[in-house]
Design a protein around this ligand. Structure first.
Ligand SMILES: NC(=O)c1ccc[n+]([C@@H]2O[C@H](COP(=O)([O-])OP(=O)(O)OC[C@H]3O[C@@H](n4cnc5c(N)ncnc54)[C@H](OP(=O)(O)O)[C@@H]3O)[C@@H](O)[C@H]2O)c1
Length: 164
């Protein structure tokens, strides 16, 4: 949104530099640096009004403690919680106290809007308004290595496997 401060969260200094220098975010938090609460607090001096949540677990829980009154959360994914025990959220009370509106969504429920979305996204890429990176592994034999790298965050941008 125009005029809003945008803060990203990415794993590692190189990805954070990319998010700020190339994607134009105002700040980026390296969640692997070990100072999650301090870094989130410094990056969001006025709290958080809108959160697009992709990760879950400790990061989401910590962000909950920075949400403003009447703020909103679009709950897209909980990737940190998929292969582990359920995460015991400590700050869920923030949803009540701050009257937060949280809405989950599943992209396949909106298939009727795909043609419009693809058109707009395609135009965004063609005009350079949308920037992206890909990490491409060559050949099916390199897919397992690429997958393991993905779980460790070795990829920058979308991890693809090129079948040759
Ligand atoms: N609601 C829907 O309809 C819908 C549809 C598709 C996907 N999703 C969800 O959207 C999210 C992103 O999907 P994607 O396809 O964009 O995935 P992706 O390209 O593979 O990106 C996943 C990123 O998540 C970060 N990550 C992974 N494990 C993490 C952890 N334990 N803690 C913190 N960060 C972690 C990594 O960031 P770093 O590299 O910076 O470490 C990784 O690059 C997922 O949660 C997925 O389930 C939702």
């Amino acid at each position: 949104m125009k005029g809003c401060r945008a803060v990203g969260i990415a794993g590692g200094a190189e990805k954070c530099r990319y998010v700020v220098d190339e994607l134009g975010f105002d700040a980026c938090i390296d969640y692997k640096a070990g100072n999650l609460w301090k870094d989130i607090k410094e990056a969001t001096p006025k709290g958080i009004d809108c959160l697009f949540e992709n990760v879950g677990g400790e990061i989401f829980d910590t962000l909950l403690a920075r949400m403003n009154a009447f703020s909103r959360i679009a709950l897209c994914g909980l990737i940190a919680q998929y292969n582990t025990e359920p995460y015991p959220m400590k700050n869920i009370g923030s949803v009540l106290v701050n009257r937060i509106r949280m809405q989950g969504f599943i992209v396949s429920e909106h298939m009727e809007r795909w043609p419009q979305a693809l058109k707009e996204l395609g135009q965004g890429v063609a005009t350079g308004k949308i920037k992206y990176r890909e990490t491409v592994a060559e050949g099916l034999e390199n897919a397992p290595k690429a997958f393991i790298g993905l779980l460790k965050g070795a990829n920058l941008g979308k991890q693809l496997v090129k079948l040759i």
